[in-house]
Design a binder for this molecule. Sequence first.
Ligand SMILES: [Zn+2]
Length: 361
Amino acid sequence: MRNHPPKFFRQLLTFYLFCFGLLCSFSQDKNKTEHVILISCDGLRPDAVEFLGEKWAPNFYRIIKEGAHTHNARTDFNYTVTLPNHTCMLTGRGVLGEAGHAWIENSTPKIGQILHRNKKAYIVSAFDVAHDQGLKTALFSSKGKFVLYDLSYNDRIGRADTQGEDNGKDKIDHYHFNAKTEELIKSFTESLAKTPYGFSMLHLRDPDTAGHANGWDIQPKSVYISAVSKMNWIIGKLFDFIDTNEQMKGKTALIITADHGGRLRTKTHTKSDEKLNYTIPFYVWGPDVSPGNELYKINPSSRKDPGDKNPKYESDGLQPIRNGDAGNLAMSLLGLHAIDGSTINSKQDLNVKAPQKAEGN
Ligand SMILES: [Zn+2]
C-alpha cells in the first residue's frame, strides 16, 4: 500500500508530460499568420516583373526571395477580364459551369445586379468565411465597379452568420474606392493601423490602365513598365508599414496575383485563348511561407506547370496554379476552412512550405 502514492505521482507526471508534448506539437502546427492581404495588380504580366529585375523591382524580388512564387499561373479558362477573375479569387470558383460563380459582366453593376441574384444562389466568398469567424475584413479598390462585392456582401444581402458568435451579415467591414493608387495605399495603411484586418483585399489598377492606353509594352520606360514599377513602389509602402507595425509584423501574409495579362498591339486582354492574356504571376509571402521556392516545384502532386496552355478545369491531370487559388490559400494561411461551394484549391492543398526533409537524410 505504501507504494501507491509514488506510483500515482509518476502516472500524473507522465500524464502532464504527455499533455505538454501534445501542446507543443499543436503550437508547432499552428500557423503564425493572423492577417492576410490579397493584392491584385490589374493586368500585371509576369514578364514585366522579370524585365524590371531585382534592381528595378526590389519589392517583388523580396517576395520571390523570402516567399514562394510562380510566373506561370493562370486566369480562369473562359474569361480573361477583370470582374469575372476577381470573383474567382474571392470565391474559389471558375466562371462557368454548374459550380461556377457565373459573373461574366465586366462593367459597373446596374441597380439590383449582385452575384447571388445572377447565380440564383448565394455565392460564398472569402469575406464570408473570415468575417463569420470573427475576423475584420476590408476591400480597398481602385476601380468603382468593385462596388459589386460591397453590394453582394452588405448587411442586407450577406448570409446569416450561423457559426459561433453572430458577427452579422455585412461581410466587408470596410469598403473604400479611390482610382488614384498612390492615395489608396495611404488610406489602406492608415486604415490597417487602426484596424489590422484579418482578411483584406487591395486592388491596384495601374498596369491595366497603362496597357489599355498604350499597350502592354515591355520596353524601358514605357507607360506600362512605369505602371509595373509603381506596383513595386506600392508594395514597398506596404512593406514599410508591415515591418514597423507591432500588430502586423511577423504575422502578416501577402498574396499577390493578377486578373489577366494583356497584349501590345491590340491593347486588350479579352481573348481568353491568348497566352499573353491568361499568363499571370502568383506570389505568396509571410511567416508560414518558406523562402525561395517556385510554387510548381513544391506542389508536384497537386499542381502542374501548364507550359504554354491554359488547361480546362475538367481536363485530365493536374491543374495549373490559378488566381482562383488565392481565396482558399488565404483561408488556409489563417487556419480557416475552405470557402463553401468553392472548387479551386477547395482541398486547401496549395503548399507554400518547402517539403520537410525525411529524418536521417
Ligand atoms: Zn483587369
